[in-house]
Design a protein around this ligand. Structure first.
Ligand code: TXA
Ligand code: MG
Length: 344
């Protein structure tokens, strides 16, 4: 397939806008930036279009998609009624990186919701994402634009690697700002539950609602995960990822011993800037300062993808604090490591 790439300035001309609109109306896929990560979008009302997303990503069909809308005033078209807390959160956090789970009203095809009674909705704040949704005047479902299992795409080069030649249009919006996918919050239960942590943290939501909310990990022994995406292997590079937990000096000592340990293999460290000067490993990738977690978030997926480009066999990452946005970062790192964590 011939892929056309548009950059931000192309979007000022009418031909580009028409091409995007036509692609979506014709049930084709468009890759575009959002404020979190790149998304691969399709008309959420078209079963044919949505099925293309699952096929191209290799995504399991029971993992539902997020429906992206241009404005909170559109939500009523797809949900039964607005649950308690919804209005406050929509007014406060939208447009922005918060996805809310509602009971749906059956308008959207089952492929979008994975046959669940609920639907995930968000209003993105990225001007290009918003422009596309408004342009077509349709709900757009858009999972992260990566082949299933790979780290989400935060750079144009990532979406190019995964989808060039497979989709008709890719929009190059440069690096995405947040770098970690939206917070997913379930509003269909009495006390809202965070199903996936993100930039909008638990305490930010609690402050707005004036109540305590829950996290998925607070709910014991759930046999079927509430957020189906949680159960799949995700973000993992080809090499073996190990998270290292412990006192700063012990972590440094352990990681420095790894080159010798793995002798003929390639070893890399992804770490906060504070570790860099002390590490004696050939490949050290700086993630950003521990005092600037938002920078670590921005660099996270790009650094994980780099591990495959450099063909690294063993990847070590110091554990960072799970406070605030750190929780979203640790959530992704734990998955990238397949929960392989060593305490030193
Ligand atoms: O930031 C984001 O949310 C990005 C950008 C492109 O908007 N999108 C994204 O989509 O991360 P995706 O498909 O990669 O992740 C959606 C997550 C999955 O974990 C999925 O299981 C969950 O949302 N989800 C979708 N519908 C759900 C539902 N009805 N109930 C519970 N979880 C749901
Ligand atoms: Mg994803």
């Amino acid at each position: 397939m011939n892929t056309v790439v548009y950059n931000i300035s192309d979007l000022n001309n009418i031909e580009a806008k028409e091409a995007i609109n036509t692609a979506i109306i014709n049930n084709d896929l468009v890759v575009f930036p959002t404020e979190t990560v790149y998304g691969i979008g399709a008309n959420a009302l078209s079963e044919i279009a949505v099925k293309k997303i699952f096929k191209i990503k290799g995504r399991p069909s029971d993992n539902p998609l997020i429906v992206h809308l241009s404005h909170s005033s559109e939500v009523h078209k797809y949900v039964k009624d607005l649950p308690k807390h919804a209005r406050l959160l929509m007014d406060y956090f939208w447009p922005g990186p918060l996805t809310l789970i509602f009971e749906h009203n059956g308008i959207l095809p089952d492929v979008v919701t994975g046959g669940l009674k609920t639907v995930a909705i968000r209003v993105p704040s990225h001007p290009i994402a918003n422009m596309i949704i408004s342009l077509c005047n349709l709900p757009i479902c858009a999972p992260s634009a990566n082949i299933s299992g790979r780290p989400s795409s935060t750079l144009f080069s990532h979406v190019k690697d995964d989808f060039y030649g497979l989709v008709p249009i890719i929009i190059d919006g440069g690096p995405t700002q947040i770098g970690v996918e939206s917070t997913v919050l379930d509003l269909t239960v009495d006390t809202p539950v965070i199903l996936r942590p993100g930039k909008i943290t638990k305490s930010m939501i609690e402050e707005v609602l004036g109540i305590k909310i829950l996290e998925n990990s607070d709910i014991p022994n759930e046999s079927t995960p509430k957020s189906p995406g949680m159960k799949y292997k995700h973000y993992a590079p080809k090499g073996i990822v190990t998270l290292v937990d412990g006192q700063f000096e012990e972590v440094v000592k352990f990681i420095n011993s790894r080159s010798e340990f793995h002798k003929d293999k390639s070893v890399a460290v992804l770490c906060p800037d504070e570790y860099v000067d002390l590490l004696k490993i050939e490949t050290v990738i700086k993630l950003g300062s521990l005092r600037k977690l938002e920078v670590i978030g921005e660099n996270l997926f790009k650094s994980l993808r780099m591990m495959d480009e450099l063909e690294i066999d063993y990847i070590y990452i110091p554990v960072i604090s799970s406070e605030g946005f750190g929780q979203a970062i640790m959530n992704r790192l734990l998955k990238a490591a397949n929960y392989n964590i060593i305490r030193v």
